[in-house]
Design a protein around this ligand. Structure first.
Ligand code: ZN
Length: 135
């Protein structure tokens, strides 16, 4: 695994949180993206070399809606950049981690993503993400 790619934060109101994080970080978000398959709307901020992803649910069945219901707003996941997500999924499965997406899926921000079940990672939802290369 490579560096932390971003930290995902579940929010109730993306627009209000965009203003809040713009004040906090001193820069506005640089993109907003809806991932319909996941029932989320996301926005991204850069803080120096780091990225923050805010996630709002777009329907009550969304994993973010369920997270907010159970835990309220807060840190939802930590995403690590990987070079070869398929190899990393195989390695982590071999190590006994519960990979929620045996086949990586398309996430926000031009990434292929897969998640590890938080039960196997001390309660932290871990996202693996690999940049989708053009061509
Ligand atoms: Zn993420």
């Amino acid at each position: 695994m490579d560096k932390i790619e971003h930290i995902g934060i579940a929010v109730k109101d993306l627009e209000a949180s965009n203003s809040l994080f713009a004040k906090l970080l001193g820069v506005p978000h640089y993109k907003t993206e809806e991932v319909a398959s996941e029932g989320v709307k996301t926005s991204f901020f850069k803080s120096g070399p780091n990225k923050i992803e805010l996630l709002e649910a777009t329907n009550p069945e969304s994993p973010i809606a369920k997270f907010l219901e159970k835990k309220g707003e807060g840190i939802h996941h930590i995403a690590f950049a990987v070079d070869d997500i398929v190899a990393e999924i195989a390695r982590l499965s071999e190590e006994g981690f519960v990979v929620l997406n045996e086949t990586p899926k398309k996430g926000a921000d031009n990434k292929l993503v897969a998640f590890l079940h938080p039960k196997g990672t001390n309660g932290v939802l871990v996202e693996l993400c690999q940049e989708i290369k053009a061509g």
